[in-house]
Design a protein around this ligand. Structure first.
Ligand SMILES: [Fe+2]
Length: 300
């Protein structure tokens, strides 16, 4: 296995692993170590140029790292469980839907910096995307490390946020792009959740703040002081030099650690281009509030 960093702060490209085949224990252990260290892993040409792994292979590979999370858009809209989410503008029958549809508008919310499923009581551990069809231009995905960003904060700011709890709310974030971006089922069942504002990696002990588009407020703070703080933290994490922008090639597999990485889609001309990435997500090990880390009952 060969591991080459993608960005000076985080991320690595991994080669020499065949994702379409079962992993041996040593390879799996090396990948666990790599994701904890680098936060974003890119696998390119693992099956030869432009050969994406299929859904069954994606599911098998994902399951080495945890328990699959059901895909929330389908679940809260129809009640049926699927473990593979479709990102882009291609329906299962292969037809393309246009930019001026509710589905497309809802997906455009992914263009805001976020951590996947931070609106769930148990937020996602890792997400994996496999590129099946990608546009010739645009449609990139950007990543940043909230771990590096935490390290850049002044000690007083770290002290101020370490023991706090953020409120994450899917309806709040999705309706930023339009009132019709959420379904009635989502509106009924997706309630706001509490998350640690600062998380700690259980393997490396490193800290990061946990924010993004789903964060509506911070407990114990009024909106006038919480909103600028949330904005400052997102701004710090997403400063230009800290962004790794991934330019997709067909067949790419990118896996990232939602505990400490923020990402966003860069948008593309959905009327002109076809785009399809299949996503699996792994459930976290428990609520962030139950993770080892800073004492949430201690005042700063
Ligand atoms: Fe996402």
């Amino acid at each position: 296995m060969n591991i080459v960093p993608l960005h000076e702060e985080f991320g690595a490209q991994v080669s020499g692993v065949e994702l379409s085949k079962p992993l041996d224990a040593a390879t799996h252990a090396q990948l666990e170590q790599a994701i904890n260290r680098y936060s974003v892993l890119l696998f390119r040409d693992a099956r030869g140029p432009s050969q994406p792994i299929d859904s069954d292979q994606q599911i098998r590979f994902s399951q080495y790292f945890g328990t699959l999370e059901e895909e929330h858009v389908t679940y809260y809209s129809t009640g049926s469980i699927s473990y593979v989410g479709r990102i882009g503008n291609i329906l299962p029958d292969g037809t393309q839907f246009k930019a001026d549809t509710r589905k497309a508008r809802s997906q455009s919310a992914n263009n805001m910096w976020h951590s996947d499923s931070s609106f769930r009581e148990i937020p996602s551990l890792y997400s994996l995307l496999v590129a099946h069809e990608v546009p010739d231009e645009a449609g990139e995905t950007e990543f940043v490390s909230a771990r590096s960003a935490y390290q850049r904060l002044h000690a007083n700011v770290q002290k101020n946020i370490n023991h706090k709890v953020g409120i994450h709310d899917y309806i709040y974030s999705r309706t930023k792009v339009g009132e019709d971006a959420v379904s009635d089922g989502q509106r009924t069942y997706m309630r706001p959740v509490r998350q640690r504002l600062v998380r700690t990696n259980p393997v490396t002990g490193e800290h990061n703040f946990f924010v993004g588009s789903h964060v509506r407020s911070i407990e114990g703070m009024d909106d006038q002081s919480a909103q600028p703080l949330i904005r400052d933290l997102i701004d710090e994490a997403t400063r230009k030099t800290s962004i790794y922008r991934h330019d997709w090639q067909q067949g790419d597999v990118v896996m990232w650690d939602n505990r400490c990485v923020l990402h966003r889609g860069c948008g593309y001309d959905a009327d002109r281009y076809r785009r399809l990435l299949l996503q699996t997500r792994l459930r976290g090990n428990g609520p962030s509030l139950a993770e080892p880390g800073f004492d949430l009952t201690a005042a700063p």
